[in-house]
Write a protein that binds this ligand. Sequence first.
Ligand code: SF4
Length: 79
Amino acid sequence: MLEKEKVMSETRLKYVIDDSICSGHGRCYVLAPQSFTADEIGYGQVIEKTYSLQQRQEMENLVVSCPEGAISIETVEVV
Ligand code: SF4
């Protein structure tokens, strides 16, 4: 591959909710409505967006606020 054909990518973070664990308390979308929303019966849904590595601590604070431990953080490569 020629140098100018290399595609630059960036490691970003995203939230994931395990739907099999979520109990619909609503804490995630109350605390972080910019990152989560509710489905039609109140279960948490991730708003599709990514975050910088520098935001990880802030994200982890939200992760531990879920009473069911249903929220996790995954890394994604964004081109
Ligand atoms: S706080 Fe946790 S259990 Fe409650 S709606 Fe959000 S993901 Fe589901």
